[in-house]
Design a protein around this ligand. Sequence first.
Ligand code: CA
Length: 287
Amino acid sequence: MTSKTSYILDTDPWYDPDDLFSLLYLLNSNATIDLIVTGDEVGTGRAELTKWFLEEIGMPEIKVVAGAKLPGPTKLFCQDLLPNKLYDVSGNVADEIAKVVGGSDRTVYMGIQAYSNLDLFQQTHSSLSDKVTLYQMAGSLDPSRKKAEHNVRIDIPAAKRVMASRIKQYLVMADTTLNPKFEVSNQHPLYNFCRQHSNAGIRAIAKNIDQFNGAIGYWTFMHDPLTVSAALGHNFVDFYQANVAINDQGLMKLDDRGSNIFLSKKQSRDDAFMQNFSDTIMRGNYK
Ligand SMILES: [Ca+2]
């Protein structure tokens, strides 16, 4: 009997463009995406724009459910691309995740935003937690940090609860991904590939890169795609097991009393990753 592995992408696209790059990378891999859930939502804008994007690149059948909203300020780029059309992105996010997890032997959960949706799932369907392996882009052990890493900071209670849960977890930390090798600026071949593409969905990524840079003042780094690469079984980044504690400000440190999880090593095979990532994106067939 073959065992079924399912894949869930939990994402906050249309802010940092590395989410859309992650999605494209995944769509060109051997994995089949069973469900996309969005977080840090702006209404249901992130989910609806993602549905539009999937339609544009010829993958309209993938289910997208709008997930948790958060109280803090947030940004949604490329809103003007949303056509005057209704997309069904409704559903109870925890129940939708549970349906996928319950229907397979193992679920690879790719968390490339805050922990909010996964936290709702593990609180309401804790008996399924053992079937989930989480690959999460989040956190940092850099002691000079004054502010916690973004994906932890915007929902600290959720990060704490998931870290303490029974879910097996691999953390790709900012200490690994804040590496200039992972930058995609408007000088990068991937930017030009997107900007000049005949497909409106792919062109939207270049627009997202420009708008992100305009608002934030720096270029996007491929934090999320590296996390997805680990979830897909590539070995561009190595992990070690450690006990981690997280304080009320979301700052992390090694602590024997903390949760036992896998952490990314600071050094990665960055050149090999960027080559594989760029080649995968550029050889994709987008309708
Ligand atoms: Ca993200």
